[in-house]
Design a protein around this ligand. Structure first.
Ligand code: BES
Ligand code: MN
Ligand code: ZN
Length: 489
């Protein structure tokens, strides 16, 4: 639990005080604190470079049992992500030391040339997210989360910062919910079970929910979505979530790819290619978690979530390469490759959303292509949209939250790569080059006149190794980004 505390260091008894230290400038105002920092900087082993750390015990001047100084590096390099990352590492250290309660000395924002609310928000995010471990399947829970993380600020600063802790708690709970869903193994989150889990969480927080199950999907001719689901024993669904505040004007729709496991289908993946495909529902997890977060924040924006959920498996009932299906929108699609399944479930969900809800803006998130990971690496998502203002807004929220997004092109002439001799479109482009772009162009055929953006999160959705504020597994990439974006739109 994170909280903001304005207390006097001279009178407050503290077990553990964590102090971020800048290598070349004073960033704290408290005198006793600065004295300790001076002492630290005199030590050979502490230069306050990023990663440097030194602990003092029984510090009388601060009434602290221990004071841990963490290096941040030079002032010029300190930004929101350095602060987030420092808090994540600090929490990790304290967890490893088996501590329960810690206090973090918040620097004076002016000295960092960062706005105080942004600074406190980033630090709290790093702490909150770094305090989470996915250990649901471990009998012995080695990493006990900290019980209390108190952020120490001057009393004068506290007033304006009051509301931040509660927002960060809620948004990070959303990120963590997404992480847990993504990290969960596919045998425990078959489409039926994942659907149920989303609906029960969503109801708990007061979202309107509606689930279209196999029967209704058939009646309403969701041919593309059903084609992907055909090979699996588990039944598909389209989960619709709605956060509808009373006086909202604009509607924002979010669509998330929910492939609970992507074997490739009959165009089966290699062993290596299949590894990590439990995370192919990351877009779905992030959209569901974002809607829940919007409800908990009592956001004033009307947000719709559309989450198509399937498992992509080979079997005697599976869709074959060369099969032609009719999508919900009516366009026919030749399935050139059963492993290009994400676009098939997304277009049916998108077309349904456009028809039923006519949103002002529609954004889809999907672990859509390996090609996007080739283009941008594992930590940056690709943004595809013809709407420059929307692209800028997404990129800006990505920079602020460090869920980084990079604009990619949607060249109209590449559409010819999606032509089929026999159907309106082929889900498999005729070249492997530019695979992230052709996938986005395929989706664009089903966005109607809606302002639409596609975010390919194939890279950043999942962490093979952990980092400062995210352990191995799902990252929840997109929840913080979308929550910021919704606030800005
Ligand atoms: N789920 C994959 C994309 C993916 C790859 C996500 C690696 C995360 C890491 C997607 O369904 C897929 O298989 N895409 C194919 C498309 C191709 C068949 C046109 C790909 O990227 O190779
Ligand atoms: Mn696939
Ligand atoms: Zn996939």
């Amino acid at each position: 639990m994170i909280s903001l505390k304005a207390v006097d260091l001279k009178t407050q008894k503290i077990e553990t005080l964590v102090v971020p230290v800048c290598a070349d400038k004073k960033i704290h105002e408290d005198r006793a604190l600065n004295a300790i920092i001076q002492m630290a900087l005199k030590l050979k082993e502490f230069k306050a470079d990023k990663g440097d750390r030194v602990t003092f015990y029984d510090v009388k001047a601060l009434r602290a049992d221990r004071v841990v100084c963490f290096g941040l590096g030079k002032l010029k390099q300190i930004d929101l992500e350095v602060l987030r990352s420092f808090c994540g590492s600090a929490i990790d250290n304290c967890i490893q030391a088996n501590l329960e309660t810690i206090w973090v000395a918040v620097p004076a924002a002016v000295k960092l040339k960062i706005e105080a609310p942004d600074m406190v928000e980033a630090m709290m995010e790093g702490a909150c997210l770094g305090n989470h471990t996915f250990d649901r399947y471990k009998k012995e829970k080695k990493r006990k989360p900290l019980k209390h993380i108190n952020f120490l600020v001057k009393p004068q600063a506290a007033g304006k910062l009051r509301t931040i802790a509660s927002r960060v708690r809620t948004v990070c709970a959303g990120t963590i919910l997404a992480r847990e869903w993504i990290s969960m193994p596919s045998n425990e989150k078959t489409p039926e079970r994942f659907t149920r889990s989303i609906v029960s969480q969503a109801r708990k927080y007061g979202l309107k929910t509606r689930v279209l199950r196999e029967k209704e999907l058939k009646q309403n001719k969701f041919g593309a979505l059903l084609a992907v689901a055909a090979g699996s024993r588990s039944k598909p669904s389209l989960v619709m979530l709605e956060h509808k505040p009373p006086k909202a004007k604009k509607t924002l729709a979010l669509v998330g790819k929910g492939v609970t496991f992507d074997s490739g289908g009959l165009n089966i993946k290699t062993g290596g290619g299949m590894a990590g495909m439990k995370a192919d529902m990351s877009g779905a997890a992030v959209v569901a978690a974002t809607l829940i977060t919007q409800a908990r924040l009592k956001s004033k924006t009307h947000v719709i979530g559309a989450i198509p959920i399937v498992e992509n498996m080979p079997s005697g009932e599976a869709t074959r390469p060369g099969d032609i299906v009719r999508s919900y929108a009516g366009k026919t699609i030749e399935i050139g490759n059963t492993d290009a399944e994400g676009r098939l479930i997304l277009i049916d969900a998108m077309a349904y959303v456009v028809k039923k809800h006519k949103p002002k803006i529609m954004i889809d998130l999907a672990t859509l292509t390996g090609a996007c990971v080739v283009a941008l690496g594992e930590r940056i998502a690709g943004v595809f949209t013809a709407d420059d203002r929307l692209a800028d807004a997404i990129q800006a929220s990505g920079t602020k939250t460090f869920e980084r997004c990079w604009p990619m092109p949607l060249p109209q002439d590449y559409k010819e790569l999606l032509k089929s001799d026999f159907a309106d479109l082929n889900n498999m482009p005729s070249t492997r080059w530019g695979g992230a772009i052709t996938a986005a162009l395929f989706l664009s055929e089903f966005s109607g006149d809606t302002r639409w953006a596609h975010i390919d999160i194939a890279g950043p959705a999942y962490n093979k190794k952990g980092n400062t504020y995210c352990g191995p597994g799902g990252t929840g990439f997109g929840v913080r980004l979308l929550c910021d974006l919704i606030q800005q739109l």
